[in-house]
Design a protein around this ligand. Structure first.
Ligand SMILES: Nc1nc2c(ncn2[C@@H]2O[C@H](COP(=O)(O)OP(=O)(O)OP(=O)(O)O)[C@@H](O)[C@H]2O)c(=O)[nH]1
Ligand SMILES: [Mg+2]
Length: 308
């Protein structure tokens, strides 16, 4: 094939927290690369999924939900969104259509995001996500409302959860994708390391199993990631710390007689084993680090300090 016919590009998924961006990334990748949960602000870092086609390479970037910044962590998240938008060839704005149908106006933060996007002058595809949760006749007024709000390159109803509409999205992207090189070797799935994925899989269980302030106030650091057996590893040994904001949170995360930590560990271990393809021995600890979301040193250790 003539190399100049090869198409490639960076496609950033943007939108409000909980819109379904990470669910979409996983659906595109065909595997659980990015953690997802019903709690807003699940994603804290950009996660990439690389999709190869015979004559194209698409690099999807899942970004944190666009929100108001209160902590240094929030500000870092906004910086990483801004970078993903600046670097993008195509932007996909993901919106929860099942929620949007009840409002007559676009949410203020979504409006603010669109204003930002208009300055970047890139093609923006609107995804009306979660259509599995709504009646078809509710779609048309929504399409009209968004069409009036922004000159989208396309508006596509989709269910990130069951994959309906995915082919329409991919064919729209192929039309917009510029000619370009193969940025990553074929079959690179993501740029996350297994160690980073293990930390995220543990945090996912914290998000799913705890409530109130704890999900947002927790972070996970993998301190040890050992591979046993060479050249074919037979086991991995992971030792990780869950950081939390307050003593009270530590008590809840450990649970009565250690029950909560055990439940988090059991589920996370199964997911880590699936990711790694071998048995995993998982050790979990909980440490209190008050105000860690504003501490540059801790954020750096966690890989969440994006700013210079
Ligand atoms: N019914 C339905 N639920 C969905 C769909 N897509 C996502 N969800 C659910 O919506 C919730 C949020 O999904 P995420 O993918 O974590 O959302 P996100 O946009 O990445 O959220 P942040 O990382 O917080 O910005 C999860 O409970 C998903 O299972 C969909 O198409 N249909
Ligand atoms: Mg997410």
């Amino acid at each position: 094939m003539n190399e100049s016919n090869f198409k490639s590009g960076f496609i950033s998924l943007a939108g409000l927290p909980n819109a379904g961006k990470s669910t979409l990334l996983n659906q595109l990748a065909g595997m659980h690369l990015a953690i997802t949960s019903p709690k807003p602000q699940t994603t804290r870092q950009v996660v990439r999924a690389i999709i190869d086609e015979p004559d194209a390479q698409m690099i999807f970037l899942d970004t944190p939900g666009y929100h108001t910044a209160n902590t240094r962590l929030d500000k870092n998240m906004l910086v990483s969104i801004a970078a993903a938008l600046t670097d993008a060839d195509i932007v996909i704005l993901v919106t929860d259509a099942s929620r949007a149908q009840t409002a007559s106006k676009l949410p203020a933060m979504e409006q603010a995001l669109l204003e930002r996007l208009s300055k970047l002058e890139k093609p923006v595809i609107l995804l009306l996500n979660k259509v599995d949760k709504m009646a078809k006749e509710q779609l048309l007024p929504l399409i009209v409302r968004y069409d009036q709000a922004y000159p989208f390159a396309a508006i596509i109803p989709l269910s990130a959860r069951n994959g309906d509409g995915l082919d329409d999205l991919l064919s729209e992207i192929r039309k917009l994708l510029p000619e370009g090189p193969q940025y990553y070797p074929v079959d690179s799935v993501t740029d996350l390391t297994e160690r980073e994925m293990a930390a995220e899989l543990i945090r996912e269980q914290v998000l799913l199993m705890t409530h109130d302030e704890i999900p947002h106030g927790s972070a996970v650091e993998v301190e040890k990631f050992e591979e046993i057996g060479s050249p074919d590893r037979t086991q991995i040994r992971v030792s990780a710390v869950i950081y939390c904001d307050k003593d009270g949170h530590k008590g809840i995360l450990i649970g009565k007689g250690g029950s909560m930590l055990k439940a988090i560990g059991t589920k996370a271990r199964l997911n880590i084993e699936q990711m790694a393809g071998c048995p995993c021995l998982l050790e979990l600890f909980v440490k209190v680090r008050p105000g860690w979301r504003n501490r540059r040193d801790i954020l750096r250790t966690l890989g969440l300090e994006t700013r210079a």
